[in-house]
Design a protein around this ligand. Structure first.
Ligand code: CIR
Length: 276
């Protein structure tokens, strides 16, 4: 079984700014505690490092309250990267902020020019295809433009639907390995995962679906014991990380990093050690 969809050498993260308390949210469930959010973020970085990641830890961007959710700004593939075009107007500028960091690691950094929009929280990269969910942030034109761009590297894009009221496609699912997806029941019921093995989140634990497979571990938000148990029973090594504060901003484990194995070593970035 191939493993390029979850074996990575690097991760890019961005520390939350004080302005993170102003981040977008669908429902107000109380102000995030910024100190606790930073502790969780540090635990998340430590979990990635424990799995062997070279972590590129970018400084906060106070002008963009959602900037710690770096995943939405870019799609990182083996051959190149694509800078997204977020559908949330307040997040549009975050993508351009990510481009110079990507250029350190990739010779080819392409950009979604629009008019369509696409956020990479809606993009699930499997081994043989890329699944993209249309959502309030990602439209058909954005998906079509991304599909045209990645075709040069041999990727096939399949368009699906993010369930109504769900922020991103990956709010409700994650890759566990080449043939397995962790999914909420509502997303799996839509039928887009035929051909894959699906492990469902436990009832009432839908927020556990936003997890990441990074090398040997599945990093999941803390507090979802029945889903964690299902994953462990299926043979995955599960690493829970606190996420209560980012959850108030509809953010989870995948949103907080870009995970990739770059063709270039990232010369010139301060504090970066060479990949093993
Ligand atoms: C937003 O609404 O854009 C942020 N508050 C949360 C982004 C979460 N990102 C993700 O699901 N990939």
């Amino acid at each position: 079984m191939s493993d390029r969809s979850y074996r990575f050498t690097h991760a890019i993260v961005r520390a939350p700014a004080d302005s993170a308390t102003e981040g977008l949210r669908a429902v107000d469930s109380g102000a995030p505690d910024i100190a606790l959010m930073r502790r969780h973020h540090a635990d998340y970085v430590a979990a990635l490092r424990a799995e062997g990641a070279v972590v590129v830890d970018l400084p906060p961007l106070p002008a963009y309250p959602d900037a710690q959710f770096v995943e939405d700004t870019a799609l990182c593939l083996q051959e190149g990267a694509v800078v997204m075009r977020p559908g949330a107007p307040s997040r549009l500028g975050e993508a351009a902020e990510m481009a110079p960091t990507l250029a350190r690691f990739y010779d080819e950094v392409l950009t979604i020019e629009g008019p369509g929009t696409i956020e990479a929280g809606d993009v699930l990269t499997m081994e043989t295809e890329i699944l993209v969910g249309r959502s309030a942030r990602t439209d058909a034109a954005g998906i079509a433009e991304m599909a045209r761009l990645v075709a040069r590297w041999g990727y096939r894009v399949r368009e699906l639907e993010t369930p109504p009221g769900v922020l991103h496609f990956k709010t409700d699912c994650s890759l566990l390995d080449a043939e397995t997806i962790l999914s909420t029941e509502r997303l799996a019921a839509a039928g887009g995962f035929t051909g894959y093995r699906v492990i469902l989140t436990a009832e009432g634990e839908e927020a556990a679906a936003n997890a990441i497979r990074f090398n040997g571990a599945v990093i999941v938000p803390d507090g979802f014991p029945r889903t964690t148990e299902r994953l462990a029973q299926a043979g995955y090594r599960v690493v829970p990380v606190g996420n209560s504060e980012c959850a108030k901003l509809d953010g989870g484990m995948s949103c907080l990093s870009l995970r990739f194995s770059p063709p270039k070593a990232g010369e010139g970035l301060p504090g970066l050690r060479a990949p093993l």
